[in-house]
Design a binder for this molecule. Structure first.
Ligand code: SF4
Length: 314
């Protein structure tokens, strides 16, 4: 499924997801990744799907929404890997532009030292850059980067991009207990955020089952503390996303199984949310059992709560 959704998100409203990277090809293997460990570590950009095929699927999706009198706010590149590894990203964005739907890219920023990657992102309307650490040691611990990457080049690339990008730029920092939630780490991150001056700095905690089972979310106290430091040092607007927010406003298609797979393509869904979706559609749990039996959905437990995620290998 290259184009899926739309799925609701707090930051982007209703967005049509573009999965332009096969699972799970990435330049990082973050300890908190909700897609599991990276299968293929890569920094070399390459072609995966043709931009024309992606646009064709996107157009079908828009037409389908139009017949249902619905509208999407964004096309968002949130793939099963790092979106800038796609050498055709810029071309795909260019082809999607005429559809009058804004374009968002959520990237780990690891390839921003390359001019062509900066160029590819220039025409997006909204870009989120990940800054999990501003010191090399912590960066290795949390993001487990490809061996060819140089942290200083990435940080420099992020700042350079922020100076020329004209769309909405935000940063994203995932806070993991004992890895990057200490004050010393946060202060360095805050200094980096100060250089970037994003419209908003998002602080997140892993709320869904992470790649490494012993990864724990930063406590509410360290999250509050981190928000105060980032705000104080950078002067940037800071927002914390803890994942405890209720997820509402899902668009429904004719097919509840499709809806669930679409949402689970972006992130694992908590059991209570699945249940409320089923209830709203007068459906029962057999939909879930069937998806699990088919191998499309995987059930697992994190912090005592049951979650469902799409089987990206299916
Ligand atoms: S969280 Fe994003 S950047 Fe990190 S390993 Fe997963 S897909 Fe890659």
């Amino acid at each position: 499924m290259i184009v899926y959704g739309p799925v609701p998100s707090r930051r982007l409203g209703q967005s049509i997801g573009i999965n332009n990277i096969p699972p799970k090809i990435c330049s990082y293997s973050c300890v908190y990744c909700q897609l599991g460990r990276t299968n293929q570590m890569q920094v070399k950009r390459q072609a995966f799907y043709s931009p024309e095929d992606i646009c064709r699927e996107a157009e079908i999706k828009l037409k389908q929404l139009e017949t249902e009198n619905k509208q999407a706010d964004y096309f968002s590149f949130v793939p099963d890997g790092e979106p800038t590894l796609d050498i055709n990203l810029g071309k795909t964005i260019e082809l999607l532009k005429p559809y009058n739907t804004k374009i968002a890219v959520i990237t780990n920023a690891s390839l921003l030292w390359m001019d062509e990657v900066k160029q590819d992102l220039m025409d997006a309307d909204w870009v989120s850059l990940s800054i999990d650490a501003a010191d090399e040691d912590t960066w290795h611990k949390i993001d487990r980067p490809h061996g060819m990457l140089k942290h200083q080049n990435i940080l420099k690339g992020i700042v350079e991009f922020s100076k020329s990008f004209r769309g909405t730029l935000v940063t994203e920092t995932m806070l993991v207990e004992g890895i990057n939630d200490q004050e010393a780490c946060i202060e360095k991150i805050a200094e980096q955020v100060a250089l970037v001056q994003p419209q908003k700095a998002y602080l997140l905690v892993p709320t869904r089952p992470p790649a490494e089972p012993d990864v724990k979310r930063a406590s509410s106290d360290s999250l509050r503390n981190a928000a105060a430091i980032v705000r104080g040092v950078s002067g940037t607007d800071v927002e914390c996303i803890t994942g405890d927010e209720e997820e509402e406003g899902f668009f429904f298609t004719e097919d509840i199984a499709d809806d669930i797979i679409s949402i689970a393509s972006v992130h694992p869904i908590r059991e209570d949310i699945v249940e409320s979706l089923l209830e709203k559609r007068n459906a029962n749990r057999s939909v879930i059992s069937e998806l699990i039996n088919q191998g499309s959905l995987i059930e697992y437990t994190y912090e005592g709560k049951k979650f469902y995620k799409r089987n990206i290998h299916k």
